[in-house]
Design a protein around this ligand. Structure first.
Ligand SMILES: [Zn+2]
Length: 114
């Protein structure tokens, strides 16, 4: 998972808060579907102050540093903002934006596989 968390830069939350949200997300995902997330990569920075904030691609590159076998060209990005789509497309990924036409992750998976 790659996520912008500008609230850290703005003082609205701490890195620990972000970690706790991710831990809870993992718990809920496991409990509700048996799924898991291999890793979380987040940008805690403010606008225009780093290369990791999407639409920058730094978070994706961090993931490929951890797992060099990731083939970004064979990967997909599902997000809810234009920045998500831009970041995914910049790396040659298929990118889907959630919204009126693709309501949720299940619909995104259908669109990717369909
Ligand atoms: Zn950043």
């Amino acid at each position: 998972m790659v996520t912008n968390q500008r609230g850290v830069a703005l003082g609205r939350m701490t890195d620990g808060d972000v970690d706790r949200v991710h831990e809870r997300l993992s718990e809920l995902l496991a409990a509700q579907s048996g799924g898991h997330i291999d890793g979380y990569f987040y940008c805690p920075h403010d606008l225009d102050s780093c290369s990791c904030r999407k639409p920058g691609v730094g978070l994706f590159l961090q993931a490929t540093e951890r797992w060099p076998d990731i083939d970004l060209g064979a990967s997909a990005m599902v997000g809810d903002s234009p920045a998500d789509v831009l970041a995914g497309e910049a790396l040659g990924m298929r990118a889907i934006r959630l919204g009126p036409h693709v309501a949720d992750l299940a619909a995104a998976v259908d669109a990717l596989l369909g």
